[in-house]
Write a new protein. Structure first.
Length: 386
């Protein structure tokens, strides 16, 4: 490293380090900003569960939905059967106790993502003022619906709930489960922190509430309807950016839901490609923010191997890396302590090892290549009609 590199490399490393210190402080300031007390109002609400080949998960989920602490005459439960080939229909009929309505989707029109299509078909049947969207593989507590609805204020367009990993499923290694449980804590922290700072970046569509009127006022999924993933992120970003609606985090732990987490590497890989594929479709300010994060990861991934041949580079790779690890730790540890999940913190070092290479490779692969989802191999954006 000579000449201009002697100046440029340290400057870039210091810039990335400063960015992550500032970003970490900004995120930390947004954690826990959940607004005022829960509202006691219980308006008509609809639980909407998009489902494709979810027979096994619905057997666990339906009893939990029927046990919700919410007046039955004000709670509609809809399961959208999105072209399932398993026993989804029969399971809903057998376990729905006459209260769970089934919406059947027979086809997928061109130019729209499959989950967005299922949600829109469900909304055609929905009667509730508040929509509570839940994935079939997530498990809510008995007070979940009341907690989510109670988090709405008069101008709240969306309430974003958190999703954490449940206890380890049989056959899944402890280290594997713990690694992705830590990552889930990190995603939850970033989600809540960005919302708390008034700049929503992401949400989890497996635990999401929104006001029907607000959804319609921003054009629903709008220009992103053709994108396979991102129904949650694009919606909350549109609501917040409209200036007409606020986006908030759910106000109580009763709003949290759990999921089993990935069972093997193939699930992790395809899921991370799908998640990464939507980032370039955010608005300019969010793309710039995430691009800076991505560039800092790429910087470290480049300098670390080069430092084997040029040892002076090692310090300029380690400096931003330490800032990234500090940022990740304060967020994960804060969320783990607040939600009673400290038992997962021991897996933080392993999760940190996977984080940078997985983000770099999966985001690039999802953005420029294909990923496997329930409809088979697909790209991030489906062809627009016509």
């Amino acid at each position: 490293m000579t000449g201009a590199g002697d100046i440029l490399v340290p400057l870039v490393a210091i810039a990335f380090t400063g960015f992550h210190v500032a970003f970490g402080r900004w995120l930390l300031a947004g954690l826990g900003r959940s607004g005022g007390p829960l509202s006691s109002d219980l308006p008509a609400a609809t639980i909407l569960v998009p489902s494709r080949d979810e027979e096994e998960n619905l057997r666990r989920l339906l009893p939990a939905l029927l046990a919700q602490d919410y007046p039955e005459d004000r709670l509609q439960i809809l399961v959208v059967d999105d072209r399932s080939t398993d026993g989804t229909v029969e399971t809903v009929g057998a376990l729905g106790a006459g209260r769970v309505e089934l919406v059947s989707v027979a086809d997928l029109p061109p130019g729209i993502g499959p989950k967005k299509n299922a949600i829109l078909r469900g909304l055609e049947r929905a009667t509730g003022e508040i929509i509570l969207q839940l994935d079939a593989d997530n498990m809510p507590q008995a007070g979940w619906a009341r907690a989510m609805v109670g988090s709405f204020g008069p101008m709240t367009g969306s309430v974003c709930g958190l999703v954490f990993h449940a206890e380890r499923a049989p056959g899944v290694k402890a280290w594997f489960h713990g690694t992705w449980a830590v990552e889930a804590l990190g995603w939850a922290a970033v989600q809540e922190a960005a919302i708390g700072n008034g700049v929503p970046i992401s949400a989890n569509g497996g635990n999401l509430g929104y006001r029907r009127k607000a959804f319609e006022s921003v054009g629903g999924f709008g220009r992103h309807g053709h994108v396979v993933s991102g129904d949650d992120d694009f919606l909350i970003q549109a609501l917040a950016d409209s200036g007409r609606w606020e986006v908030v985090s759910a106000k109580t732990p009763r709003s949290h839901v759990t999921t089993r987490g990935p069972s093997d590497w193939s699930v992790v890989w395809e899921q991370r490609k799908r998640w990464g594929s939507i980032c370039v479709r955010y608005d300019a300010k969010r793309v710039a923010l995430l691009a800076t994060v991505y560039a800092s990861y790429a910087w470290i991934a480049l300098l670390l191997p080069l430092s084997l041949f040029h040892p002076r580079l090692l310090a300029w790779a380690v400096l931003p890396l330490l800032a990234i690890l500090w940022e990740a730790w304060i967020l994960v540890a804060s969320m783990a302590k607040r939600t009673g999940r400290r038992r997962f913190l021991g897996w933080f070092p392993l999760a940190a090892i996977f984080q940078i290479p997985l983000v770099l490779v999966a985001t690039a692969a999802g953005t420029f290549g294909r990923f496997r989802w329930k409809d088979g191999w697909t790209k991030a954006a489906r062809a627009r009609p016509g």
